[in-house]
Unconditional design. Sequence first.
Length: 394
Amino acid sequence: MAKIFCMTKKSLVFSFCFVLFASFVFLLKATTVEASATVSINEIMYDLDGSDIDWLEVHNDGSEEVDLSSLKLLVSNSTSNHSIKAYSGSSTLSSGDYGIIVDNSKINEYVEKWGSSGNIFTASFSLPNVSEDAIATVEINGGDKNTPINSVTYEALLGAKGDGNSLQLLEGTFKASVPTPGIENVFLQGDSENSDSGSTDDSGEDSSSNFSTQEPKIKAKIFAPSVVFAREPVELRGAILENSKDGEYSGKYFWNFGDGNSLEEKGLSQKFKHIYEYPGDYAVLLDYYSNSFTSEPDYKSRITIKSIPLQISIARAEGNGSDFGVKISNDSAYEVDISGWSIISGVKFFSFRKNSILLQKNSLSVSSRLMGFARGDDVAIKLYSGTGELIAQY
């Protein structure tokens, strides 16, 4: 009887140790999962010129892919754990990728201002326009409100309150700077402080420290998409903003596009197009001179433009004889504006009208009847961009 009791005690000890070990493994796994969550809030636009196009930028700074649409967004002015839905680009962020989460009621305004390139998401939320004595918190979580993957608190003292700037994570601290949605954050003093370029007052002392007390507030700004396609025209415009509104400023505008090319405009700044021949990241700088004969600019602006290669292919779609189609595929993570592009076969051609968009990771098939093609026109088909660049051929 004593022997049986002794064995039972051993069994109990073993079972207890096994439970402890299993619990330790479970906790270790849970801790590892928590630690491996690498999505961080990288940029906050909470009060854009008073128009409140609220958005957040998140960054995957880990080595594993993250499906952002599987996570939730929690803001301190709401008890709801907001669902995140893919809008354009990829819902999965690879290592180093950025994603923009936009208030779904303001997505049209966002696209009009910054374009639809990049990985864009929507959620039903609003970011508080904090006063000087208030703070707000935004969090990304996996569904559990009490266990955030990343949590950020901001306040008005950090800046970016109604002046067109955003709060950006720079060297571990959030600072106000010119918005850079979808690309690496850069502290642009010329825009965020309004670069009167360290101008001096009559005493010769730097007056930038008390610039915020001066009215009206004036700064330079570059309007351009953050991501473009190599060898495709990109539209740019420079402006001098007075109290966050376009001003009619005549003078000299000097552009450096970061690829060896530059441009000088005189008079009022106009929209124009530039082509980046090769993929890469380019620093675009604008200097504004009210007087063409001065050597130092009155205002400066700087942005970064990422040029990526087109990933377009063309093939013959299903069909027989004269009833066939031409299939165009876009393998990139960004939608492509194919307005003005042409499908050519021999002396026959078909051109896409304005506002023709080929969605990311998608394809479209154009019927031979629409194009006016006949039997035999599917032998040698070529696709040209609006600038006459051969994009693909079948």
